[in-house]
Design a binder for this molecule. Structure first.
Ligand code: GLA
Length: 396
């Protein structure tokens, strides 16, 4: 059991007794496969040893009462009377999780709980982690056994349908399926996946997280718009080629054969063309990355990660100035194999695979260069070193 969290202590402070259980769900990084999960592309992911803890005990009257150490207001609702519409605060993730679970497996018991995220919000998929850790706790209290994929798809549904973000399954899959010292290589079209072990010839690496100091919520970003642009590109390309394009809502860039993209891409409006370019290059990078990882070739892997970052900025256009600055600094810092925005990239953080022997100098150098550009973010900017870990899996 990890002990770095304060939520069990806080639980004791509030309730005067120890919690019955403490659960943990890791955050994730996705070095390759950015923004293509929702187009049914392929992704690479790792779960990291920072994440969300929940200290909880059963409440037999069905009430959920939950205090977060990161957000001010305590959430309180009954498992069978979750509001139909989201309320607009952090606890929507919990309400969504309860609603989705309750629809399939009627719930009896609620909980009193304290929840804590160990790093700032943004880029590491704390949204999926909070849903997963809470769903797992509800399942345990109500004697429900979910398979890994059931958990992944229900957590995604809560975020898509209740919170209102059309995310793909990258976050949930990484946070559930990953394995320490293995790279998750997932095909989001048919859910086939491989856990590729670190090759014994591979140079050692650590994972660095550089927080811009800007916390974000995908619900307010251009995340959903970018997806529509991808779908529009797919729709157009299929139509140009005289192919069947079905319903817009069900269309994805994965439906478009590469030859069709190559032949008709120049007819696309500029924005749509760049989104499609990102998709086709990124799926290739995820495939090449899986091969490089298999061969223990961290230099090639890192190069692909930097290229992915470049494409996110110039083709997918999802950076903000602060994150782009961090990306530029990373490309010029010795000892960083590769780095990019972690997650969607509208705010939040960058991730990098780095040489463990140079951790301190890398963290110092990036911080110094970043705060020189953004002195007002001093105190908000932070960095951290992490390592890969297991997803929640069937445990907890
Ligand atoms: C967010 C979403 C994911 C994925 C990434 C970008 O984390 O939740 O589904 O699209 O952005 O790769």
């Amino acid at each position: 059991m990890k002990t770095e969290n304060k939520c069990a202590e806080k639980y004791f402070e509030i309730y005067g007794k120890d919690p019955e259980n403490v659960g943990f769900c890791p955050y994730r990084i996705s070095p390759l496969g950015a923004h293509i999960d929702h187009q049914y592309g392929k992704i690479n992911g790792l779960a990291i040893d920072k994440g969300i803890y929940i200290a909880y005990s059963v409440k037999k009257n069905g009430v959920v009462e939950l205090q977060s150490l990161n957000f001010p207001k305590r959430a309180q609702f009954h498992i069978s009377s979750v509001p139909e519409e989201k309320v607009g605060d952090w606890a929507d993730h919990l309400r969504g999780a309860t609603k989705v679970l309750n629809e399939k497996y009627p719930l009896r018991y609620g909980m009193s709980a304290v929840i804590e995220g160990t790093l700032p919000v943004g880029g590491l998929s704390s949204s999926a982690a909070v849903i997963i850790v809470f769903m797992k706790a509800l399942c345990r209290l109500n004697n429900i056994e979910l398979s890994d994929w059931e958990l992944i798809m229900m957590a995604k549904k809560a975020e898509n349908e209740y919170v209102g973000v059309n995310c793909g399954k990258l976050d949930q899959a990484c946070e559930v399926l990953c394995k320490k010292d293995h790279l998750l290589y997932l095909d989001c079209k048919d859910d086939s996946c491989e856990l590729i072990p670190v090759n014994s010839d591979m140079k050692p690496y650590s994972i660095a997280i550089f927080f811009s100091g800007l916390e974000r919520s995908l619900a307010n970003s251009a995340y959903n718009l970018r997806q529509d642009e991808c779908k529009a590109a797919a729709y157009d390309l299929l139509a140009y080629a005289g192919m069947d394009y079905g319903k817009f809502i069900d269309t994805r860039l994965r439906d478009v054969p590469f030859e069709v993209y190559q032949e008709y891409k120049d007819r696309l409006p500029d924005n749509f063309r760049r989104r499609a370019k990102h998709y086709f290059n990124e799926i290739y990078r995820a495939e090449q990355g899986a091969k490089a990882w298999k061969h223990g070739d961290l230099d090639t892997y890192g190069k692909l990660v930097f290229e992915s970052g470049y494409s996110s900025i110039h083709n997918y256009e999802c950076g903000c100035p602060e994150l782009i600055t961090l990306y530029d600094i990373m490309t010029k810092t010795d000892g960083i194999y590769g780095g990019r925005f972690s997650g969607a990239g509208f705010k939040g953080c960058c991730m990098a695979l780095i040489d463990p022997n140079k951790e301190e100098e890398i963290l110092n150098k990036v911080e110094e260069a970043y705060l020189k550009e953004y002195p007002s973010l001093k105190g908000k900017y932070i960095s951290a070193i992490c390592h890969s870990t297991d997803g929640v899996g069937e445990g907890l």
